[in-house]
Design a protein around this ligand. Structure first.
Ligand code: HEC
Ligand code: HEC
Length: 322
């Protein structure tokens, strides 16, 4: 995972405009909205805010508490604990290649990265901050007022600018330095085993986990059993929570498969600890699940096939020296 300061050029306002730096086997990212163009000052401000516990009511929790940069911005927990000390209802997703995402959250409840942060800031179980209070504190802070002025030409810190700066930082969290990426750029080749895994992956998994981002910006029911206790029912509704269409019950946003070495446990409810458990699931799907995507059927892998898929999935992990 690289958080980068990409190539910059100076525009007439002497404000640094940034271009996201991504390899040419990637499609173009979704552009930033006109009201929030990508600039160096905005990304740097967003980065400071992302790691600052001042953004929570207790002063103990920052975005990075749950989105840890050492774990591709996830936290290795089944359910994170936030302000209330109660476990959250869904697994914390890694933040990877969000500049290519059309929907956010497991059920796609947010479509706009510029306003997404309000959900985390206001949620009583996450950061539980009072925005008026937060803006007051930031306006009295020794350095933030000047940085907001440079980034947004504003004399007063407001919550919209906080959220916009966070969005710009998150756009720069690009994962593109895996062995897979090197292979796609012609710099290296897969081993025999990786190549075997790649072939199996392309015929069984790639419709939803579509290369090179390994997601498809869509919602699917991947055959997970959706039986929950009454108190956890919220978990199983998936995309239905947003659309209220019963055909969407149990459908979730396809997660990327990049950096699986640091995004465990897996699935929206963190039910699987390992890739082996995930592959066992895809091998033993109960075809009686309602709404299950037609694309998912039980796939029979031999032990060798499994080793091959695992070898291929490992090529999707970012390598620090790439
Ligand atoms: C207490 C833990 C916690 C904190 C603190 C937290 N998050 Fe999250 N974050 C989550 C969980 C859990 C989800 C998934 C929610 C869902 O899908 O229902 C999530 C989802 C997201 C997503 C959507 C990713 C995707 O691919 O759909 C983004 C972006 C995000 N958080 C950014 C932030 C930012 C920015 C902050 C700080 C303002 C923050 N988070 C603070 C736990 C946390
Ligand atoms: C029909 C679309 C579809 C197909 C085909 C599919 N997946 Fe998935 N996959 C999903 C969805 C949707 C999720 C998230 C489900 C959830 O959390 O409830 C997911 C989750 C995962 C996860 C967990 C990722 C994480 O960060 O939590 C892994 C690993 C995975 N799939 C691997 C595979 C492999 C390997 C194959 C082929 C054998 C495959 N998938 C085939 C849609 C699909």
């Amino acid at each position: 995972m690289v958080s980068l300061a990409p190539s910059c050029n100076t525009n007439s306002n002497s404000e640094y405009k940034l271009q996201l730096d991504y390899p040419n086997h990637f499609p173009d990212p979704i552009p930033s909205p006109i009201r929030n163009k990508l600039t160096q000052e905005r990304v740097a401000l967003g980065q400071s805010l992302f790691f600052d516990p001042l953004l929570s009511s207790t002063g103990n929790i920052s975005c990075a508490t749950c989105h840890n940069p050492n774990l591709s911005f996830s936290d290795g927990k089944k359910f994170s604990l936030g302000h209330s000390g109660l476990p959250l209802k869904r697994n914390t997703p890694a933040l990877i290649n969000l500049a290519w995402s059309e929907h956010f959250f497991w059920d796609g409840g947010v479509k706009n990265l510029e306003s997404l942060s309000f959900a985390a800031l206001l949620n009583p179980d996450e950061m539980a901050i009072d925005l008026t209070q937060l803006c007051r504190e930031l306006n009295q802070h020794p350095t933030y007022p000047d940085r907001f002025k440079k980034a947004y030409k504003t004399d007063s810190v407001s919550s919209a600018f906080i959220s916009r700066a966070l969005a710009q930082y998150m756009r720069t969290l690009i994962s593109s330095s895996s062995k897979y990426d090197s292979v796609m750029q012609g710099h290296t080749t897969f081993t025999h085993l990786e190549n075997q895994g790649y072939q199996i992956f392309m015929s069984n998994c790639a419709t939803c986990h579509k290369p090179p981002l390994f997601q498809d910006n869509l919602f699917h029911h991947n055959g997970l059993s959706q039986t929950y206790s009454a108190e956890d029912l919220y978990l199983s509704t998936g995309r239905f929570r947003i659309t209220r269409d019963s055909a969407d019950l149990g459908k979730y946003k396809t997660p990327t498969l990049r950096n699986l070495n640091s995004t465990f446990p897996y699935m929206h409810d963190g039910r699987f600890e390992s890739i082996d458990e995930v592959l066992n699931h895809y091998q033993s799907i109960d075809s009686a699940n309602e709404n299950q995507d037609l694309l998912v059927r039980s796939i029979s892998f031999s032990e060798d096939d499994k080793q091959a898929i695992k070898a291929f999935l490992e090529t999707l992990n970012d390598q620090p020296d790439n």
